[in-house]
Write a protein that binds this ligand. Structure first.
Ligand code: GTB
Length: 217
């Protein structure tokens, strides 16, 4: 049996691959493992059946055999540990790659998420405009630091790893904001990630959900 992952039945991002099922789909494509996708409506997310998979009523989740997992980072780490291709075998390089996974999720994603969610959910608030420069500055600071570390390198630490996979998915969320575009090295890094055949396959699969949903209204 293939693993089963969950994704939104109605993509809120217009099929741009910004939702967190994308990182799980991409990881599975990198290690060439097929999966089944269970689409969940917003109402179903908060129903007991889905809360048994994820107590917070969110996607993505991952079920395979006796294992049920939530949290996209934990799922990607599990996939990377199960199959070769996403983590170096050498222990120290492996530890550093896992460190980059945490950096993507714990250091870069929080300000990126706060900035993105404000633009989606808080536009009508009287304090929206006043808060934007602060949120933008927090993201810009982290991007500057990340760009400095990446320098001219292709990936964050040697060969492409699950750390790069997560970092690229986090940075993609900023597409069109001007923040990534301000750093040619980071923009090229994201483009390299997006050019990977596994990314392209994962992107097409999540995009197909959006297109099917658009076709049926
Ligand atoms: N820490 C968890 C993880 O990494 O798995 C966070 C999971 C999470 O935030 N899931 C979101 C969700 O299920 C979808 S990805 N939200 C429903 C809810 O909380 O009720 C977040 C997301 C949403 C929308 C866009 N977008 O429109 O661009 C991008 C990302």
């Amino acid at each position: 049996m293939n693993p089963v992952i969950t994704a939104f039945a109605q993509a809120p991002d217009g099929g741009r691959g910004f939702v967190r099922d994308m990182r799980v789909r991409w990881a599975l494509e990198e290690v060439e493992q097929p999966c089944s996708v269970k689409l969940v409506s917003f109402a179903e997310l908060k129903a007991p059946e889905h809360r048994a998979r994820n107590p917070f009523g969110q996607i993505p989740t991952y079920e395979h055999g006796d294992l049920a997992l939530f949290e996209s980072g934990a799922i990607v780490l599990h996939i990377a540990e199960q199959y070769p291709g996403l983590l170096p075998a050498e222990p120290l390089a492996r530890a550093r790659a896992i460190g980059w996974m945490f950096a993507a999720l714990n250091t870069i994603e929080p300000p990126v998420n706060e900035f993105g969610m404000a633009r989606v959910l808080e536009r009508d608030q009287p304090w929206f405009a006043a808060r934007q420069p602060m949120l933008k500055e927090r993201v810009a600071t982290r991007l500057e630091e990340l760009a400095t570390r990446l320098g001219e390198a292709e990936w964050l630490d040697g060969a492409f790893s699950a750390g790069d996979l997560l970092m690229v998915t986090v940075l993609r969320r900023l597409t069109g904001s001007g923040l990534i575009e301000a750093h040619a090295g980071l923009a090229a890094y994201v483009a390299r990630g997006e050019a990977r055949p596994a990314f392209q396959r994962a992107f097409a699969a999540q995009r197909a959900v959006f297109e099917a949903q658009t076709a049926t209204g």
